[in-house]
Design a protein around this ligand. Structure first.
Ligand SMILES: Cc1cc2nc3c(=O)[nH]c(=O)nc-3n(C[C@H](O)[C@H](O)[C@H](O)COP(=O)(O)OP(=O)(O)OC[C@H]3O[C@@H](n4cnc5c(N)ncnc54)[C@H](O)[C@@H]3O)c2cc1C
Length: 377
């Protein structure tokens, strides 16, 4: 084994943005860095740095695991922490660490915090996973899950393959589109799905929020700081928590259109208006706006396993009390499942439950292997 020639920089303070060579995460810290064979590397954590140091090649992740967790939102991150606490040989693969919760600007319903923002809470989750309870992890997209040799083969979009005895699917949800004329043309150029951090482009102009749930109410509250007038369009009566509805009703520059459908988004170079109509009526109303924020719900990211496990009519993975699915060895947690309540605290709780259940499944597999060997002898 050829040893790398390296220098360690344990506590440098400057801020940079670099790709961790082990987990592919973009890291903005120089806390964990070393120079190897003349090249400087940056790591997300002590754990990734150690993996890199101890490996003879650039490729340092294992190929075989007891558990692979797909998705790094509140459900997946919590499952990861629990898998680490239970000393499982586990691996977390996710497009990002944070999931939908990162878009929440005001979390008022997570225990232990009267108020915390999504990015702040997720930073705490991440630190707990990669700092305190290190687990192998990779920023990547899972493309395929196959039933393989009594376990599973997982292929990522860069065609790397990993094997595992169990998996936890915690792939969450993706935002629904409006499916109306003009929507594609103004993608990220005036039309956004859910909250965004930088609202300066609607400064002193009018904006519309489409939707009637908690996310829509949060966006209205954020826009209140910057926009001149806010239109809130919902095709049903508002469904958000009563406390939020009460709060947004106090906003003076808010105009509410309930039981209305959006029909079209228009503009030449930039988005300039949205057209709506009352349900069951022909008459159209055009609202001059420079920004459209759609918060009309999400659909579950369950296509990865739709040929393996049972789904309900909404495409959610049907789970049992212990987060097991109809396929032995596949567990699921969080918003991708049919669990009641799409909330961070519920997703996190289900993630913990799924990891404990996967651990129990592995223990039972091992017991069975021992019993079968004894019987054969
Ligand atoms: C704007 C907004 C505000 C919200 N505010 C609140 C709030 O105040 N309080 C509250 O309790 N809840 C809130 N929620 C809901 C909450 O965020 C979700 O219930 C929670 O994030 C669900 O967690 P999850 O882990 O199940 O899924 P998600 O958060 O959706 O995470 C799924 C993860 O899976 C990854 N993934 C998906 N497919 C793949 C794949 N093929 N390969 C690899 N990775 C994949 C995604 O990148 C993501 O990291 C809010 C949601 C939004 C959108």
């Amino acid at each position: 084994m050829k040893k790398r020639k390296e220098i360690l920089y344990p506590n440098a303070k400057d801020s940079v943005l670099n790709k961790d060579p082990v987990c592919c995460m973009q890291v903005d810290t120089r806390k964990f860095t070393l120079v190897s064979n003349g090249k400087r590397y940056y790591f997300c954590s002590e754990g990734c740095l150690e993996k890199f140091r101890n490996s003879p090649s650039e490729y340092v992740l294992d190929k075989d695991y007891d558990l692979i967790i797909i998705g790094g939102g509140p459900a997946g991150l919590t499952a990861g922490v629990y898998a680490s606490i239970h000393k499982m040989k586990a691996f977390l693969i996710s497009d990002d660490l944070g999931g939908q919760a990162i878009d929440s600007t005001k979390i008022e319903n997570y225990m232990g915090f009267d108020f915390i923002t999504g990015p702040e809470l997720i930073k705490k989750f991440q630190d707990q996973l990669i700092g305190s309870h290190y687990l192998d992890h990779l920023i990547g997209d899972v493309e395929l899950i196959e039933n393989y040799n009594g376990g599973f083969k997982i292929t990522t979009s860069d065609l790397k393959k990993y094997r595992s005895k169990t998996i936890i699917v915690s792939s969450g949800m993706k935002k629904r589109k409006l499916n109306i004329t003009g929507e594609e043309k103004f993608q990220r150029k005036g039309i956004f799905y859910g909250n965004i951090q930088d609202l300066s482009f609607v400064q002193d102009c009018d904006a519309v929020v489409v939707g009637g749930g908690n996310t829509a109410m949060q966006i209205v509250e954020n826009l209140n700081m910057v926009a001149r007038k806010i239109y809130l369009v919902s095709d049903i009566k508002l469904t958000a928590d009563a406390v939020l509805i009460e709060r947004i009703r106090q906003i003076k520059n808010l105009v509410l259109f309930e039981n209305c459908k959006v029909v079209q988004i228009s503009g030449s170079k930039v988005l300039s208006s949205i057209t709506i109509r009352k349900k069951g009526e022909k008459k159209h109303t055009t609202l001059p706006v420079c920004g459209v924020f759609a918060a009309i719900g999400s659909s579950p990211n369950s296509t990865l396993v739709n040929e393996l496990v049972a789904l309900n009519d909404h495409g959610e993975i049907i789970i049992n009390n212990d987060c097991s699915t109809s396929f032995p060895g596949i567990f699921a947690a969080g918003d991708v499942t049919n669990t009641f309540g799409k909330r961070i605290i519920i997703a996190a709780g289900e993630g913990a439950k799924a990891a404990i259940a996967a651990k129990q499944y592995i223990v039972n597999l091992k017991k069975k292997e021992i019993k079968d060997n004894v019987t054969v002898k």
